[in-house]
Design a protein around this ligand. Structure first.
Ligand code: TA6
Length: 293
């Protein structure tokens, strides 16, 4: 039983869910709390002391096999968006297993989850792979998403840590870090554009900064905080807010949800796809930290 073997009193516990849905893992550090769904290998919340949750999770999220949980940090693999089917790949709609857990010398917990190729994944993508997710919490949330090619033949994939950030309200925020960077506008015939200024949101936005390794900062005037999103081995950034109309078409988003969420995704998409030879491993690293603006 994973629970008994990987639990650590005061730091790592398992929370059973109704209707036989896979359990959530609860991580507690001296500075923060975090919850992770074994279904999808999905971080659902990250709550530093004295802060509202850094991540947004829909009150109408589905918790059922075959559907993605709306919010937190969905894992998009082995493809991003409609580069394959199902959209954003299968990693976020499969149940992962715990393979390791522990605490560091400052009582900061970590957990490691794994998803391996099986008959179900083979149906969608005929390659042998193993995916590992390492989540560690302290004052910050650190995630390593590793893919290993366990096949004899090479393969390529695209990926994203599709982070939904919780914001006080959409009109209060500014996104810094992408000024003067070129992006593909998914809402305007995938035309390449450049935004000179820091991003403010006053309409639907869906941008793929395909070749971009910059650290991004969400500044929230009302919550009086800035969220710093830094990454390693992620050569693309995706920015998304569905705004009013798009979110009204989504059954798992409540009416005004668009005002309180903003996606800044750490990715490798399009021409930045990752090519792995047999036996090679690629690790995308993400660090999320909150501070005063
Ligand atoms: O965030 C980029 C994006 O591809 C958007 O176009 C939108 O589709 C979003 O992902 C959510 O996708 P999902 O399949 O989770 O509804």
């Amino acid at each position: 039983m994973q629970e008994t073997y990987f639990s650590i009193p005061k730091h790592i516990s398992f929370k059973t869910q109704k209707n036989n849905f896979p359990p959530f893992i609860m991580l507690t550090s001296p500075h923060s709390q975090c919850s992770i769904s074994l279904y999808g290998g999905q971080v659902l919340s990250f709550i530093p002391k004295n802060h509202p949750d850094i991540l947004w999770l829909s009150e109408k999220a589905f918790y059922q096999e075959g559907k993605a949980i709306r919010g937190g940090i969905p894992l998009c693999f082995p493809w991003f968006a409609s580069e394959g089917s199902p959209a954003h790949g299968f990693a976020r709609i499969m149940t992962w297993e715990v393979i390791d857990s522990g605490i560091d010398n400052k009582e900061n917990p970590y957990i490691k989850l794994k998803l391996e190729a099986n008959e179900h994944t083979k149906y969608f993508w005929d390659f042998k792979f193993s995916a590992e997710l390492l989540v560690k919490v302290s004052q910050k949330l650190e995630i390593n998403f590793s893919i290993t090619n366990e096949d004899e033949k090479s393969f390529s994939f695209t990926e994203a840590l599709h982070s939904y950030f919780q914001i006080s309200s959409i009109e209060n925020i500014t996104l810094r870090g992408l000024e003067d960077c070129s992006y593909i506008d998914s809402l305007d015939n995938n035309i390449s554009k450049v935004e000179e200024n820091a991003i403010v949101i006053n309409a639907e936005i869906d941008r793929i900064y395909q070749d971009n390794e910059n650290t991004c900062i969400i500044i929230d005037k009302k919550f009086n905080r800035k969220i710093t999103i830094s990454k390693v081995n992620s050569h693309s950034t995706v920015v998304w807010n569905p705004w009013i109309h798009k979110s009204s078409t989504m059954k798992d988003m409540q009416k005004d949800a668009y005002k309180h969420m903003f996606c800044v995704e750490s990715a490798n998409v399009g021409e930045k796809k990752v090519l792995l030879k047999s036996g090679e491993t690629h690790t995308l690293q993400l660090s999320i930290e909150v501070s005063s603006p």
